[in-house]
Design a protein around this ligand. Structure first.
Ligand code: PRP
Length: 213
């Protein structure tokens, strides 16, 4: 049975495509074209390039069988999907950060938190007993404290360069993040063999990736 695979566009997707190409199953993908679907009828596999935040939606709704998604998105969406394999790519962390030297956690006041991940932020600060007001942003989160929109941000940190370049620092590390292979629950029931075979191939390449990086 043919498998459909969702790949997120951007940094994570580029790494994933590189991985598929070294497995000789992603040669069909032409990143330079504007096409979003690539089908290899011989190998019985179809790749779809989606916006990072939409991968889970397509997987959950059964439009694609499996997808590569950051753990950050999985935690934020709490979707009804299976997490099948934790990858060595897409490693970073989710942290609370703010203007250097101005660590402000105000137990009795409401902390203004800017983030792309409102659900994660709400849950995290709830466990800390800190009341917050979430300000949802879609990008360039590091600008928010500088411009006075918020007290702190909850965001992904990979190299830490963006924080540093904007005079911010980490106040708290929240979670380790990595890419996951996720699957639609029905697909996993009916295409289990194909999914497991593909994951086994990916695992071998992914383990190599861990050693190389
Ligand atoms: C992500 C994240 C940080 C940055 C962290 O943003 O939201 O801004 O990368 O990476 P670093 O620690 O290596 O500097 P992304 O590049 O996805 O862009 P965005 O601002 O549009 O979210």
């Amino acid at each position: 049975m043919a498998l459909t695979v969702a790949i997120p566009k951007g940094r994570l997707g580029d790494q994933a495509i590189k991985m598929f190409k070294s497995l000789n199953i992603g040669e069909i993908i032409d990143e330079k074209s504007r096409k979003l679907i690539f089908e290899d009828t011989e190998k019985n596999i179809k790749f779809m390039l989606l916006k990072n935040s939409d991968v889970i939606t397509y997987v959950e709704n059964g439009i694609v069988d499996i997808g590569i998604s950051g753990k950050d998105m999985i935690m934020e969406e709490e979707a009804d999907i299976f997490e099948l394999y934790k990858m060595n790519i897409g490693k970073c962390k989710m942290s609370v950060a703010g203007i250097k030297g101005r660590k402000i956690f105000q137990e009795d006041a409401i902390l203004k938190v800017a983030t792309k991940f409102p659900n994660i932020a709400k849950k995290y600060f709830e466990t800390k007993g800190q009341k917050i007001k979430v300000i949802k942003l879609n990008g360039s989160i590091e600008l928010a404290p500088i411009l006075g929109l918020c007290d702190v941000i909850v965001d992904l940190v990979e190299t830490g360069n963006t924080l540093k370049a904007n005079g911010l620092e980490i106040f708290d590390d929240m979670y380790s993040i990595n890419a996951m292979i996720i699957s639609n629950k029905v697909s996993y029931k009916f295409k289990r063999k194909e999914i497991k075979e593909l994951i086994e191939l990916i695992r071998r390449e992914d383990e190599k990736y861990d050693k190389d990086n």
